[in-house]
Write a protein that binds this ligand. Structure first.
Ligand SMILES: C=C1C[C@]23C[C@@]1(O)CC[C@H]2[C@@]12CC[C@H](O)[C@@](C)(C(=O)O1)[C@H]2[C@@H]3C(=O)O
Ligand SMILES: O=C(O)CCC(=O)C(=O)O
Ligand SMILES: [Fe+2]
Length: 346
């Protein structure tokens, strides 16, 4: 008889002991910029409170998301397939990556939102107004954080990073992810789908609760602003390889350092690897994710202040358009920045 081995538990309890940095955006300077730089250096990830995003902007987008994902499948598919924009179900990107989710991926400029809304909603003006309000508000938060990053790093041009995402030609995106609720062990057992009588109860639970919704990756852009409903799922990877679960907080936002901010800071910040697990909740999880990106023709080079004799330039210059071409030729989990490093193995 084959003795089943235990499934590794991707939700490991001991990971919960590590605190996620929380930054109060109403703190005075210079404490605020110092705290942001520290969080970016140590985690590439933090939570912001007192962010100034109106509650109404958040709730309106959430309502639009719930309304869309509650539609019958054939209606949702009218907004897809996501290649890369529109409605996607299970397929992530063009290279065979799969996840247990459905999503809407949108270019965040108002003109693209208006066009795309016609395939998404019966009331496109209401949908696009909700998206534009939300994007405008989270772009402000991202811009403010990037200005504080420059201040904290002693970069003389304080708006050097925020200008890239505030540019009218910025290639920023908005993604709304919708993850299925858990089918409980008992329900799954009744259907006979996942219950294996050879496994101990703890392993049955782990198995039903151990599924990846959106696989591990770093975000390619400059800065990501993520919010989710009250269902947990997001995990980040610490520098030592330990995965930690981020407790959800629907009133606040999570900030993720992207690949381009890693390059702009010449590797002083590292883009954080993260993933979304399926939860054990009976409620679906929904996350709204703004990816702040530069215009396609922007040259991405480390800031001169970040290049020092003891920290020579780590990355070759490239445009955001070139980087996008590379990333769409690679898989979700690939570390695409390696292609742009002056030398490997830093
Ligand atoms: C598999 C892919 C999907 C992705 C493009 C890529 O080829 C590799 C990076 C993926 C990612 C991850 C973060 C964001 O969700 C995303 C929109 C992005 O910019 O890079 C997705 C891309 C996508 O889903 O189109
Ligand atoms: O849904 C989440 O919490 C993470 C999603 C994500 O990482 C992404 O969309 O890039
Ligand atoms: Fe991500």
């Amino acid at each position: 008889m084959v003795v089943p081995t235990s499934t590794p538990n991707l939700w490991s309890r001991k990971t919960r002991a590590v605190g996620i940095p929380t930054i109060d955006l109403s703190l005075p300077r210079p404490e605020l910029s110092e705290a942001i730089v520290k969080a970016c250096e140590e985690f590439g990830f933090f939570k912001v409170i007192n962010h100034g995003v109106p509650r109404d902007a958040v709730l309106r987008l959430e309502e639009e998301g719930v309304e869309f994902f509650n539609k019958p499948s054939e209606q949702k598919h009218r907004a897809g397939p996501a290649m890369p924009f529109g409605y996607g179900c299970k397929n992530i990107g063009p290279n065979g990556d799969m996840g247990e989710l459905e999503y809407l991926l949108l270019q965040s400029d108002a003109m693209s939102v208006t066009e795309r809304s016609k395939t998404i909603s019966e009331d496109p003006a209401k949908f696009s107004s909700a998206v534009n309000k939300y994007v405008g508000a989270v772009r402000e938060v991202a811009g403010e954080i990037l200005d504080l990053v420059c201040e904290g790093l002693g970069i003389s041009d304080r708006t050097a990073f925020s200008r890239l995402i505030r540019d009218v030609h910025s290639d920023s995106l908005l993604r709304i992810n919708h993850y299925p609720p858990s089918s409980s062990v008992v329900r799954a057992g009744k259907k006979g789908a996942t219950w294996d009588p050879h496994l101990k109860l703890v392993d049955q639970l782990t198995r039903s609760h151990n599924r990846i919704g959106f696989g591990e990756h770093s975000d390619p852009q400059i800065l990501t602003i993520l919010r989710s409903n009250d269902v947990e799922g997001l995990q980040i990877c610490l520098a030592d390889g330990l995965w930690i679960t981020v407790p959800p907080d629907p009133r606040e936002f999570f900030v993720i350092v992207g690949d381009i901010l890693e390059v702009l800071t010449n590797g002083r910040f590292t883009s954080v690897r993260h993933r979304a697990m399926l939860s054990n909740s009976r409620k679906p999880r929904m996350s709204t994710v703004y990816f702040g990106a530069p215009p396609l023709n922007s040259w991405i080079v480390s800031r001169p202040e970040m290049v020092l004799p003891e920290r020579p330039n780590r990355y070759k210059p490239f445009t955001w358009g070139e980087y996008k071409k590379a990333l769409y030729s690679l898989r979700l989990a690939d570390t695409r920045l390696d292609l742009f490093k002056v030398q490997k193995d830093f």
